[in-house]
Design a protein around this ligand. Structure first.
Ligand code: ZN
Length: 456
């Protein structure tokens, strides 16, 4: 057994070195090779590491970065899968990188972002100390599937995590329902008040009671299907969160200030990223911090100072004006970007990059479920909209149907031309790409304006 672990770890470390020498940051291949040699390698490597697993549809990466920042502030020894390698092969690679050749951990803790479908297997193997579930939304990848499939995968993962403290979003009727099906200690977190003054209208991904199928009633909504849900028929309702946002004090271009209540104690925190969804990411991380047992001050500092990068409100300096990249994966995410744009008071150029590679979802018709009509209302503050990506034509059609004046639209077939256009005007830019569009565009922007490669 020991020999197998050694061989697997050795092969993986060697492959990582070779890939880096070739200038490639592939994180999945080395793990795949290692798991071929030693199938239970992840279990062997993780058994002496205290892990936080972060899963759910939206917000995994940002939540993980905030939690990571708490470990930094606590000066704790930890590692994390920074590069978005959130399937079993990539996660195995990260554990190997942080192990000795004999499979002993170099760090005591790990913050692991995990894909929802992969979480059932990953949790079984690494037996996490804490699991955070951000939310369950319909993703473009399972457009014709059901959100219940995603929920089931997450539930199995948690059932495979007997010792974990589980942090659940109380405002998501799907996520909150997990609590009744597990014996674990649960910490609920949520937002007690509406976030936006005039949010985009959205199609709910979960309009009907998960238990009895009756339509939910809401005392308030934050966005999507999140908020104060209650089933008038069977009585299933939003659980009272122990960690919650009780007031939105101010929303700014680059940060949000909120009042929170943590196990009965009031405080004010500044969230170092704008956008309503980041309020959830922050308060979810705060719940994790409580679950791990960190001092509350550390979490507060981390939330006020973390940076995210990698397409999550990542900022580039175009030479006097800024560009922010906000990755979107589904209609819920796109609607949140539109809510963010609607809250801005300065003129902005909006850029949409739509791809249809398998990591983006082959079917781009999801753009019709996002409320781009909102853009037409912001006409004065958005003088130009640039469109690019493999399916730029579909995106342009969607925007025309949303009521956007054709004169405002500029279509770029080439990212170099797009980058030049963004640079040669003077307004701040908000870029909304799908996953592979983000990878391509940010690589070019990193070269042009400075930035880190994704494996660094
Ligand atoms: Zn019901």
């Amino acid at each position: 057994m020991k020999l197998k672990v050694f061989l697997a770890v050795f092969a993986c470390k060697l492959t990582i070195k070779l890939l880096r020498l070739l200038g490639r940051g592939g994180t999945a291949i080395p793990g795949k090779i290692a798991l071929r040699i030693c199938p239970d390698l992840l279990f062997q490597l993780a058994k002496d590491v205290k892990c936080v697993v972060v899963t759910g549809t939206n917000g995994k990466t940002t939540s993980s970065r905030i939690i990571e920042e708490i470990y930094v502030k606590a000066e704790a020894s930890y590692f994390a899968n920074r590069s978005g390698a959130n399937l079993i092969n990539g996660i195995t690679s990260i554990f190997i990188e942080n192990s000795t050749l004999t499979g002993k951990p170099k760090k005591e803790n790990a913050v692991i972002e995990c894909d929802e479908a992969a979480s059932k297997e990953v949790c079984r193997l690494i037996n996490p100390a804490v699991v955070l579930v951000t939310n369950v939304f319909r993703d473009q990848l399972d457009r014709y599937g059901e959100v219940s499939g995603t929920l089931e995968n997450i539930l199995i993962g948690i059932k495979n995590s007997p010792r974990a403290v589980v942090c659940l979003n109380s405002d998501c009727s799907l996520t909150a329902s997990i609590a009744e099906q597990i014996p674990n200690r649960v910490i609920f977190y949520g937002v007690d008040v509406p976030i936006y003054k005039n949010p985009v209208s959205e199609v709910s991904d979960a309009p009907h009671c998960i238990k009895c199928k009756h339509e939910y009633e809401y005392s308030y909504r934050t966005f999507g299907h999140l908020g104060g849900f209650c089933c008038p028929d069977c009585g299933y309702k939003r659980p009272e969160p122990q960690v919650s946002v009780t007031d939105i004090l101010s929303t700014e271009l680059s940060f949000t200030k909120v009042r929170v209540q943590v196990f009965g104690e009031d405080d004010v925190i500044t969230i170092n990223l704008p956008g309503g969804y980041n309020i959830y990411n922050a308060v979810g991380a705060l719940a994790v911090s409580e679950a791990v047992g960190f001092r509350r001050m550390l979490a507060k500092d981390a939330i006020a100072s973390f940076t995210c990068g990698f397409g999550r409100m990542e900022e580039f300096d175009l030479g006097g004006h800024s560009a922010r990249i906000i990755l979107v994966k589904n209609p819920a995410g796109a609607n949140q970007v539109l809510n963010y744009l609607a809250g801005l008071s300065a003129e902005t150029v909006f850029v949409c990059c739509l791809n249809d590679n398998s990591a983006d979802g082959k079917d781009v018709s999801w753009v019709w479920d996002a409320n781009f009509e909102k853009l037409a209302d912001m006409s004065e503050l958005i003088p130009e909209i640039y469109v690019s990506g493999i399916r730029s034509g579909d995106m342009a059609v969607r925007l025309k149907y949303a009521g956007i004046d054709e004169d405002k639209l500029r279509i770029f077939d080439d990212y170099d031309e797009l980058i030049d256009a963004m640079k040669n005007q003077s307004l701040p830019v908000i870029i909304m790409p799908t996953y592979t569009a983000m990878m391509d565009l940010r690589a070019k922007m990193s070269t042009a304006f400075g930035g880190k490669e994704f494996w660094e």
